[in-house]
Write a new protein. Structure first.
Length: 99
C-alpha cells in the first residue's frame, strides 16, 4: 500500500467520521420521536454508511477501478441525500422555534 498525503487525509477523514457516528448515536437519546426521530434514524444510517465508505479509502489503490467508481459515486449520491435531509430537518426545527 502506497503511503502519501492522501493516506493521511483519509485517516483524518475516517477519524472525523467515527466521531460524527459517535455524536449522532449519542444525540439519538435526546431526539424526540415522530418525524424528527424518523429523519434522525435515517441520518444515523447514512452516517454509518459514510463511515464504512470512508474506511475503504486507504484501500483505493488496490480496489478495482469499477468498484472504486461505484463507491465514490455512492458516497456522492448519499451525501447529497444527507444534505437535503439535514437542511430540511434544520428548516423544520427553525420553523417550530419561530412559531
Amino acid at each position: 500500500m502506497k503511503v502519501d498525503i492522501t493516506f493521511f487525509i483519509s485517516i483524518a477523514a475516517i477519524a472525523i467520521m467515527l466521531y460524527c457516528l459517535y455524536l449522532v448515536m449519542t444525540l439519538k437519546q435526546k431526539v424526540p420521536g415522530g418525524i424528527v426521530g424518523k429523519k434522525w434514524n435515517f441520518l444515523m444510517a447514512l452516517v454509518a454508511m459514510f463511515t464504512v465508505g470512508y474506511l475503504s479509502t486507504p484501500f483505493f489503490g488496490i480496489i478495482p477501478e469499477d468498484v472504486l467508481r461505484l463507491i465514490v459515486s455512492g458516497i456522492f449520491f448519499f451525501g447529497a441525500i444527507y444534505v437535503v435531509i439535514t437542511v430540511k430537518l434544520i428548516y423544520q426545527i427553525i420553523k417550530e422555534l419561530s412559531a
